[in-house]
Design a protein around this ligand. Structure first.
Ligand code: SF4
Ligand code: SF4
Length: 345
């Protein structure tokens, strides 16, 4: 009882109330140490969409990857969004984010700092949910209990437990489903990815005459030598291992959509002009011609599905890297007609 009275007396003093108020309101005294964590801050422009943050987050519904809308200038980009109602401010998302500078920051990083990383390899392993067939061979092969687990029908690697032994990668039967992402030279990797995608797209554009008349059953194949690509990639990053790895990853997953345009079939009905969501198709009154701006085109297929006269063609292409060496490797390219329904309703 006497201690209770002492507490009441202590709290009732004017000096205590004053110092309490100052401590709450005076930023000079209550400066928050760096290691105290607030909600993570997101810088979407750095994101490479690897999904490591969502895989590392222990709180349900606290973080998810969203994709911004495509615009006339560029395709939409994926980036993480933090739900403050779910986030427990553990900062794991910031710790595992491999980009430099980081896409997610959350106070001082405890585990991964530039000068000291707990990752025992220069790669971080993640499961590509798009390619994963849930056979769980990685899970069985992993020597660390709990480092790979299944949640909501997804296979996830716990980055804080992974020892980088590569057993998951070596035992996965699906090419590209487990990815070993190099955590250095992220910007250069991005530039090389853009270089490869643009080169592949241009090489298919040049074959336009060969693919325009493909029937539903036909497949058009050709090879692109990577010699010139390699030279250009080396001028971005002088690291052959990383160049080969980046080429491999992008051809494993890339699917390009191609739109062709046969002007001779056009009856100038202009249905496509109104339907195209990016304003890529216009009617030139002077020349009485329908024009399609390939730079604005999103390859969404709306024109292909709208045009009753088959002016627009729609094809998909897949890729396979066949590198005997970086010097004389080729990318096998396969183009086939889309199976989407054609013509206006
Ligand atoms: S829908 Fe087809 S036919 Fe009509 S204007 Fe467009 S391209 Fe020409
Ligand atoms: S695919 Fe056709 S409708 Fe879609 S953006 Fe390109 S031109 Fe426009």
């Amino acid at each position: 009882m006497s201690s209770l009275i002492w507490y009441l007396y202590e709290f009732a003093r004017k000096s205590w109330a004053e110092s309490f108020a100052v401590a709450r309101t005076n930023p000079e005294i209550v400066e928050t140490p760096d290691r105290f964590r607030d909600f993570p801050e997101v810088f979407p422009e750095h994101c490479i969409s690897c999904g490591a943050c969502t895989a590392a987050c222990p709180a349900p519904n606290a973080i998810r990857l969203v994709r911004s809308e495509d615009t006339a200038e560029e395709e939409g980009k994926a980036y993480p969004v933090i739900n403050h109602r779910g986030c427990i401010r553990c900062g794991f998302c910031a710790e595992v984010c491999p980009t430099v500078p980081k896409t997610i920051t959350c106070g001082e990083n405890h585990l991964i700092r530039e000068e000291f990383t707990i990752l025992p390899t220069d790669r971080m392993f993640v499961i590509d949910d798009y390619l994963c067939i849930r056979c769980k061979k990685c899970l069985k092969a992993c020597p660390v209990p709990g480092a790979i687990y299944e949640e909501d029908n997804k296979i996830i690697i716990d980055q804080s437990l992974c020892i980088g032994c590569e057993e998951c990668l070596n035992n996965c039967p699906v090419k590209g489903a487990v990815k070993g992402i190099f955590i250095s030279h992220i910007q250069e990797q991005k530039e090389i990815i853009n270089l490869v995608v643009n080169t592949l797209e241009e090489s298919i554009e040049r074959k336009r005459d060969d693919i325009t008349h493909l029937s539903d059953e036909e497949v058009y194949k050709f090879d692109l030598s990577i010699t010139e690509l390699v030279e250009r990639a080396r001028s971005i990053l002088a690291n052959d291992e990383l160049i080969l790895d980046t080429f491999q990853k992008i051809t494993d997953r890339l699917k390009l959509r191609i739109v062709t345009w046969d002007e001779d079939k056009c009856k100038k009905c202009r249905l496509c002009v109104d339907e195209c969501p990016s304003g890529a198709i216009t009617y030139d009154e002077k020349e009485n011609v329908i024009k399609r701006d390939t730079k604005k085109c999103l390859r969404c297929s709306t024109c292909y599905q709208t045009c009753p006269f088959g002016v627009a063609g729609y094809f998909v292409s897949r890729f396979l890297l066949d590198p005997t060496s970086l010097e004389d490797g080729v990318i096998h390219i396969t183009v086939k007609a889309s199976q989407l329904p054609i013509g206006a309703d």
